[in-house]
Design a protein around this ligand. Structure first.
Ligand SMILES: [Zn+2]
Length: 420
């Protein structure tokens, strides 16, 4: 007989052990009455056993309840810990156990389970009674999806109904602002076209969202377009049809929430420095916030410095578009790393009093092309626009996307109406 992948959960595994024997291919005469067959020492090749984490389970318990000796379970758990630290298992998580040996001398040859959505962890028994732990990323299939729909509910609601992942909807909302939440029941012409990427596992299930390639929302005869483009080939940013970075990235916001007073203003002509003991320029503003107050990124950007920096103490510097930089000094805690991309208003650290500081405050600077400016005078950065060869590449890209969309889009057919 051949036996399909055998799935049990630990709680009723013991009552199914007789059936489990049918999973040995050596049990050719296998039927419900296994008692007559002497499996002793018969070489076996077994079907994998799938067990599922239930509430209150531990890896140790699951292994021991499924034919793994306590010693081996110990070795396996130690090997996993050495490689990944403490892994947590959710209720419903499946483990696949593979065995070798004979029925009376059975040992685990391989244990595998999915890790998050994008990898499998495989533990293989070695000859020296040790276990090799490996993480094997899934090969994900990139899938470009197209959605053309009437805007009779809001864009967000309609996209969600049609299976667009939340992360992609959020990105659209961040970049097209209020346009995406428009509701207009008066115009039958209002609609949107959406081209976006998702990543699927081998079963076709969406496990990761990708970038937006194109989004066009037509409201009251006005078209709002968004194009995803990675000018460095890696990090996708969003632009309008002219190649201007979309508006959310073009403003800087206050780096602290709430009513926090300015205790020392910006001054290039100088002020008496309380610690240095002489007059010197104050190249930023000081916000008199308490130690621990969360500090927020003033705009989208990349962290170009994060660490202790002399009199500035713990400091973070963010590079934004168009030669703009912001600096956050005297922090008690830093929550970001160099090279990391941050979003506007993302929590990046906490107010403190490190470096040359007389008390807790945030020293905040804005630089344009490496020159300090008064942070209070800068609320908007100019729209960052692509230039030269980047702009040419972008234009070629949007011509191709527009052609793709034209091919895919049949204007009168709307998915939500089920006319396909
Ligand atoms: Zn200061």
């Amino acid at each position: 007989m051949s036996c399909a992948l055998f799935i049990v959960t630990h709680s009723y595994y013991s009552s199914l052990q007789t059936n489990t024997l049918n999973c040995f291919s050596g049990a050719e005469a296998g039927n419900d009455d296994c008692g007559d067959i002497d499996y002793k020492d018969e070489p076996t090749s077994m079907q994998p056993l799938v067990v599922t984490f239930q509430r209150g389970d531990s890896l140790n318990r699951l292994l021991c309840e499924n034919r793994v000796s306590e010693k081996d379970a110990d070795r396996i758990i130690k090997a996993i810990k050495q490689k990944f630290g403490n892994l947590t298992f959710q209720v419903g998580q499946e483990l696949v156990l593979e065995f070798t040996g004979t029925i009376n001398d059975i040992s685990l040859s391989k244990l595998s389970f999915n890790h998050l959505t994008d990898a499998e962890i495989v533990i293989t028994a070695q000859e020296n009674k040790q276990y090799l732990v490996e993480k094997k990323p899934f090969l994900l299939q990139k899938d470009v999806r197209f959605l053309s729909n009437k805007l009779d509910s809001s864009f967000s609601a309609s996209a969600k109904e049609n299976g667009v992942p939340n992360k992609i909807i959020r990105t659209a909302a961040l970049n097209l602002g209020n346009v995406v939440n428009v509701r207009n029941k008066n115009s039958h012409d209002d609609h949107f076209k959406f081209l976006y990427e998702v990543y699927c596992d081998k079963n076709g299930k969406v496990v990761k969202s990708g970038n937006i390639l194109y989004l066009s929302i037509q409201v009251k005869n006005k078209e709002h377009c968004l194009y995803g483009f990675a000018k460095d080939g890696k990090n996708t940013e969003y632009y309008n049809h002219k190649g201007e970075c979309t508006s959310i990235r073009s403003s800087l916001v206050r780096p602290l929430d709430g009513r926090i007073p300015i205790t020392s203003p910006f001054s290039l002509t100088g002020r008496w420095h309380p610690i240095a003991g002489y007059k010197r320029a104050h190249k930023g503003v000081d916000y008199g916030a308490r130690t621990g107050t969360p500090v927020l990124a003033a705009g989208d950007g990349v962290i170009i410095q994060a660490g202790y920096s002399g009199g500035y103490g713990n400091t973070i510097t963010i590079m934004h578009n168009s030669g703009y930089k912001t600096v956050y000094a005297h922090l008690s805690k830093i929550k970001v790393k160099r090279g990391q991309y941050v979003k506007q208003r993302q929590y990046i650290g906490n107010v403190g009093s490190t470096g040359l500081s007389t008390g807790a405050h945030l020293h905040y600077e804005v630089l344009i092309n490496n020159r300090h400016v008064n942070p209070l005078s800068v609320t908007r950065m100019p729209n960052f626009a692509l230039k030269g060869s980047d702009l040419n590449k972008f234009k070629q890209n949007i011509t191709k996307i527009n052609m793709d969309v034209k091919k895919k889009d049949i204007p009168t057919v709307y998915i939500s109406e089920g006319k396909l």
